[in-house]
Design a protein around this ligand. Structure first.
Ligand SMILES: N[C@@H](CCC(=O)N[C@@H](CS)C(=O)NCC(=O)O)C(=O)O
Length: 214
């Protein structure tokens, strides 16, 4: 039985998982969750995924939330091609960049946080955009400083890793927030190498079935 990805075309975190599945060449079934209609807050979805966010992965009877946990599961279950290097220290370094995106950039700019800033805190659109740009730029600065000097074309060498997987959707978000990846040469190189891959192109939000609903 194929795993089932609870997915929303525009979800940054789900986009990571789609890239990982495509790079592995592992097929999955898709269950759309219409975040714009608040479907992720429904009792039905929360009964399936108590964390109430997208993505989640159904593996048999088990629901696995959190994109990084899903990608780790995928990499351990389908080891080829590897998304992490073999050496433990190298693996940890790749994870440190993936986690910078997933823990230090994305949560500050997530939909519910931006809505809270606008709604509960009453910030206007310009202030919210400035907030987004601040945290994306600070995160990208850190990745650039850490990865500059590598051979490329990917963040950690000749093959895509979990770090590149996390980078691609974050660059998409950054553009919407007004941060240009070309200001970060190492990120721009890795992003270009990633987006040249058909597996990455197929994971783009515009190519998902629910994009047409937007
Ligand atoms: N850390 C989680 C983040 C999941 C997450 O925040 N998903 C977003 C879409 S990218 C979501 O469900 N947002 C709903 C909301 O903000 O209301 C992961 O990596 O899976």
């Amino acid at each position: 039985m194929k795993p089932v990805l609870y997915d929303f075309f525009r979800s940054t975190a789900a986009w990571r998982v789609r890239i990982a599945f495509n790079l592995k060449g592992v097929a999955y079934d898709r269950h759309g969750v219409w975040i714009r209609g608040e479907e992720h807050k429904s009792a039905t979805y929360r009964a399936a995924n108590p964390q109430g966010l997208v993505p989640a992965l159904g593996v048999g009877e088990t629901i696995l939330p959190q994109s990084i946990a899903i990608i780790d599961w995928l990499d351990e279950t389908y080891p080829t091609p590897p998304l992490l290097p073999a050496d433990p220290l190298d693996r940890a370094l790749v994870r440190s960049v993936a986690l910078l995106v997933a823990c230090d950039i994305h949560p500050l700019n997530n939909r519910r946080v931006l809505e809270y800033l606008k709604g509960e805190l009453g910030l206007d659109e310009a202030a919210v955009k400035a907030w987004e740009r601040t945290w994306v730029a600070e995160g990208f600065r850190g990745i650039e400083a850490q990865c500059a000097g590598g051979q490329g074309p990917f963040l950690f060498g000749a093959t895509p890793t979990m770090a590149d997987i996390c980078l691609v959707p974050q660059v998409g978000n950054a553009a919407r927030a007004g941060v240009d990846v070309n200001n970060y040469p190492t990120l721009a190189r890795a992003h270009a190498a990633m987006t040249a891959l058909p597996e990455v192109q197929a994971a783009h939000p515009d190519r998902q079935p629910d994009a047409a609903k937007a």
